[in-house]
Design a protein around this ligand. Structure first.
Ligand SMILES: [Zn+2]
Length: 671
C-alpha cells in the first residue's frame, strides 16, 4: 500500500496530553510517562526542578548488539579509536597535556565520544587512554576551581571546558570516580565568582552556554547545593537568545556574520529554552523549541534525513536538498533530540533522532568508519575534492578523509555512543521505556528495586518488528513503555504470543503494566507502508519513505584514492551511473510507482551500497535538462516536469546505505 503525505515537517500529529487512556487490563496508551513523580532508582531532577518523565540510565547498563554494536566496534578500529595517531590536536604538545600552549575544543570533542565508547564496550584499553586525558584535566584544577589550558582562561573562553564537563559526568556514571563531584563543585564556584561581564562574554561560548547549564543541573541533582540554581539562572541569562524566532528578517540580513545562523550552533541552541524550562517551569519555553524546530525545518529542512541545509551557515535562498549539513550538526542535533526526549517525554524527539541516525549519519563516514567528510546532503552526486560546489566555504568538503575536517573529525565520536546510551530510559514511575529502537539488552532496576534484564532482538530500522524478552529473578510488577513512532500506521502488540486487540496510536507509548515473569515475551510489529512525501516548499519534489527509512537512487560508486597513507587513505567518491531521474507518479494511482524489489537480513555493517537490506524499484524518466552545476546536482526543477525520455525502472536503497545520493526527486509526467 502506498500513501501520499503532504509536507508537514516531521510532525507526529500530537493530539495533546492525555496520559493513561485505558484500553484493556494491562495495556494503556500514554503520550509521556507521568510528570508527577520521580524515579526512585536513578538520579532524576531534584526539586524545585521540573520532574523528569524519562531519566538516563548510567552508562554501561545498555549493551548494544547487532548492527549497532558493529558501528561501535568499527569506531574503535577506525577513526575514533585511532585519532591520536592522526590528529595534530592530540599530540604531546597539546595544551591539554602541557597546560601551556593552545588547547581548545578538539581534544574534549573527541574524548566525549571516545571515552563513552570505552565505557559502552567495556574496553580497558580505551578507558585507560581516556583516563590519562581526564587525569590531566583533574590535575590542572587551580585553587579557585578553573581547570584546563591557562590560555583559555586568558581569553575568558569557557567553551572547551563545557565539553570536559560532559566527559567527567560520563566517568562518574561509569565508575563513580570520587573526584568528579568536588571537581565540578569547585569549577562551578569559580564560574559563580566571575563578574557578569566575564561569564560567557561572547563568541561560541555565549551561543553554546546551554551545554554548561545542563552540567550545572547534573551536579545539582546529585548534591542539591543551592548556589548551583543561581548559577544556572545566570548562565541561561548570559547565553545568547535562542527564544526569539530562530530565523527572522534581521538575522537574514546578517546571515554571514550571525552566529545564530551557523548550522552547528542551531542544532545545539535550539534546545536550550527547554533545558531552562526545567528550572523556570514555564511551559511556553517548550513551545518555543517546537516552534523553532518547525521554523528551521520549514525553510531549510524540506528534505529527507532529518537535517536542514547549512553548509556552514543557513543561507537565505539556499534550501535545496543539495546544500549539506556538517557532520558536527548531525551528531549535535541527535544529542539535542535525545535531551528533549528526556525533558518532555514526547516520542517525536525520538523519531527525529532516529531519522538522522539511520538516514544521514552513516553516509557522513566511510563504511569502515575510518574516514569522514564535512558535509552530507540528500542530493549529493559527487564526493570529490574539487571544490566545484555551491557551498559557503571553498575547498574540499565532501571527499572522505581521515586527516581533515578538524571539528567534525573529533566531534563525530559521540554520535553513535550517545545514541546507544538513549535506547532505554528509566521512567518516572519506576519502569523502563524503549525509547529508540536498535538491537541491544538493558539491565536496570524497576518497581521496588528489582534488577531486570530485557533483551531487545530486532533488525530495526531494516526489520519491521521488535522482540523483547524479560528476565527477572522473581516476578515483579513494573511499567514497560514502548514508543510507537509517529510514522506508524498498523502496529500490532503481542504478549507471550497472544495478540492484543488494542489500536496503538502513533506518537504515543504503549504502556504494559503487569506482573512480569521470567521469560515473558513482547512483540511489537510495524507494517510500514511505502509512502511518498511531497515537499511543497521545495518545488513539489518527492521523497520515498518506508517507516524510519528514506530512500535514495542507487548510484554506482568509484572510490578513488587521492591522499592519506596506506592505512589511512583519503578518497574521492565519484558516480559511475546517471543521477538525473525524476519519478513517474500517476496521481490517480500512486501505488503503481514504487514496489518492493528485495529484502535481506541486515549484514553486520548494513550501511553500504552492496549490503543495502531493502531494495525498491521505482518508475522513472531521465531529465536531460536537470544538469550538474560544477560537481553539484543542479537546483531541483519545479515539479511536475514533462519528459519525453523513455520510462524505465530505477533502484532505490536506504539513504544511509548511499553515499552518492538523490533522495529528493522531481515528479515527472510523460509527454
Ligand atoms: Zn564540524
Amino acid at each position: 500500500m502506498l500513501t501520499i503525505l503532504l509536507c508537514v515537517p516531521n510532525s507526529s500529529g500530537f493530539p495533546g496530553r492525555d496520559e493513561g487512556k485505558t484500553m484493556a487490563a494491562d495495556v494503556t496508551l500514554a503520550l509521556s510517562p507521568p510528570s508527577s513523580s520521580s524515579n526512585r532508582h536513578y538520579v532524576s531532577n531534584r526539586p524545585p526542578l521540573a520532574p523528569s518523565p524519562l531519566v538516563k540510565l548510567p552508562i554501561g547498563t545498555i549493551e548494544p548488539s547487532g548492527w549497532l554494536l558493529t558501528q561501535l566496534r568499527l569506531m574503535k578500529d577506525g577513526l575514533t579509536g585511532h585519532l591520536p595517531e592522526l590528529s595534530r590536536f592530540l599530540q604531546e604538545d597539546s595544551g591539554w597535556i602541557t597546560m601551556k600552549g593552545p588547547g581548545w575544543e578538539e581534544m574534549p570533542y573527541w574524548l566525549k565520544g571516545f571515552a563513552d565508547l570505552g565505557y559502552i564496550l567495556k574496553d580497558p584499553a580505551i578507558i585507560l587512554t581516556a583516563n590519562k586525558w581526564l587525569d590531566l584535566a583533574f590535575q590542572s584544577q587551580q585553587p579557585d576551581g578553573f581547570f584546563g589550558p591557562p590560555e583559555n582562561r586568558k581569553k575568558k573562553d569557557l567553551w572547551p571546558n563545557m565539553l570536559v564537563l560532559s566527559c567527567v559526568q560520563s566517568l562518574y556514571e561509569a565508575s563513580g570516580d570520587a573526584r568528579v563531584r568536588p571537581f565540578l563543585t569547585r569549577y562551578f564556584r569559580f564560574e559563580q565568582g566571575l563578574p557578569e561581564a566575564d561569564l560567557l562574554p561572547g563568541s561560541w561560548q555565549k551561543l553554546r552556554g546551554g551545554e554548561n547549564l545542563e552540567s550545572v543541573y547534573w551536579l545539582y541533582n546529585r548534591t542539591g547545593e543551592p548556589f548551583l540554581l543561581d548559577l544556572a539562572r545566570r548562565i541561561y541569562e548570559r547565553t545568547a537568545d535562542w527564544e526569539t524566532d530562530i530565523v527572522n528578517p534581521e538575522r537574514d540580513a546578517n546571515w554571514e556574520i550571525s552566529g545564530f545562523y551557523h548550522g552547528v550552533n542551531i542544532t545545539m541552541g535550539i534546545r536550550y529554552p527547554a533545558v531552562y524550562y526545567q528550572q523556570s517551569r514555564d511551559r511556553k519555553r517548550l513551545d518555543i523549541v517546537e516552534k523553532n524546530y518547525r521554523l528551521i525545518m520549514d525553510q531549510y529542512g524540506q528534505q529527507p534525513g532529518g537535517m536542514f541545509g547549512a553548509d556552514e551557515n543557513i543561507r537565505p535562498g539556499h534550501g535545496d536538498p543539495r546544500q549539506g549539513a556538517e557532520t558536527c550538526s548531525l551528531v549535535e542535533f541527535m544529542n539535542s533530540h535525545e535531551a528533549l526526549l528526556k525533558i518532555t517525554g514526547e516520542t517525536r524527539w525520538a523519531d527525529r533522532c532516529e531519522e538522522i541516525a539511520f538516514n544521514s549519519l552513516p553516509a557522513a563516514m566511510t563504511a569502515d568508519l575510518r574516514a569522514l567528510h564535512y558535509l552530507t546532503a540528500p542530493n549529493l552526486i559527487s564526493c570529490d575534492r574539487t571544490g566545484e560546489h555551491d557551498f559557503q566555504n571553498d575547498g574540499t568538503l565532501v571527499s572522505y578523509d581521515p586527516w581533515s575536517y578538524r571539528c567534525c573529525q573529533h566531534n563525530v565520536a559521540f554520535g553513535w555512543p550517545y545514541f546507544a546510551e538513549h535506547l532505554w530510559l528509566a521512567t518516572s514511575d519506576d519502569g523502563l521505556a524503549a525509547a529508540l529502537y536498535a538491537p541491544c539488552a538493558v539491565k536496570a532496576r524497576v518497581g521496588a528495586g528489582t534488577e531486570v534484564r530485557i533483551i531487545e532482538d530486532t533488525d530495526y530500522p531494516f526489520g519491521d518488528r521488535v522482540d523483547f524478552t524479560v528476565e527477572v529473578p522473581e516476578s515483579v510488577r513494573f511499567a514497560l513503555y514502548l514508543r510507537i513512532p509517529g510514522w506508524a500506521k498498523d502496529v500490532a502488540l503481542s504478549i507471550n504470543g497472544k495478540g492484543r486487540p488494542e489500536a496503538l496510536q502513533a506518537g504515543a507509548y504503549a504502556v504494559i503494566r503487569r506482573e512480569w515473569k521470567n521469560g515473558d515475551r513482547v512483540r511489537l510489529s510495524f507494517s510500514p507502508r511505502l509512502e511518498l512525501k511531497v515537499w511543497k516548499k521545495q518545488k513539489n519534489s518527492i521523497s520515498v519513505r518506508r517507516g524510519p527509512l528514506w530512500f535514495s537512487l542507487r548510484i554506482g560508486e568509484e572510490w578513488k584514492r587521492y591522499g592519506g597513507t596506506d592505512p589511512w587513505p583519503a578518497y574521492e567518491l565519484l558516480p559511475t551511473t546517471p543521477w538525473n531521474y525524476g519519478l513517474v507518479i500517476d496521481p490517480g494511482d500512486p501505488a503503481s510507482a514504487i514496489r518492493m524489489a528485495g529484502r535481506k537480513p541486515p549484514a553486520a555493517q548494513p550501511f553500504t551500497l552492496e549490503a543495502a537490506p531493502i531494495m525498491l524499484k521505482a518508475r522513472a524518466r531521465r531529465l536531460p535538462e536537470w544538469k550538474s552545476e560544477g560537481r553539484m546536482a543542479g537546483l531541483l526543477p519545479a515539479s511536475p516536469v514533462i519528459s519525453a525520455e523513455p520510462e524505465m525502472e530505477i533502484t532505490l536503497i536506504p539513504m544511509g546505505c548511499a553515499r552518492l545520493r538523490i533522495a529528493s526527486f522531481p515528479q515527472v509526467i510523460g509527454k
